[in-house]
Design a protein around this ligand. Sequence first.
Ligand code: ZN
Length: 129
Amino acid sequence: MSDIQPKCRCEFCGAWTVNVGWKICDRCREIEEGSPAIGDMLRALSEMREKYLDLVWYARSSPRDRDAARRRAAVKTVYPQEVAELSNPVSGDFHYGFHSGVLAGLRFVAAAMTEGVEAAKAKFADLNT
Ligand SMILES: [Zn+2]
């Protein structure tokens, strides 16, 4: 039997998890089964986290990076107003800071709900892209 297990990211909390056919990790599945309303909130948190991850990544990526061109174009298509704001020479830094703060806060909440408050504090502020 192989030691290599397929892994994927939990769609709710973003943690790496062994893929057993679920798109979410066991902990998030338990939370969702225990409270569908909290499951809905985790889903919304995940969507917002993806948005702000894309925007922070976009701001850090280089327009000269050919490997990033496709993803940059996709982010620009999905979030045209936010990308225009990032490109503003006067207020771009403010928007980048705002997006980074939102991403860190959303990651903190998701980690606190799924891994506990202490784990969330230890990871804060996770701004890896
Ligand atoms: Zn999870």
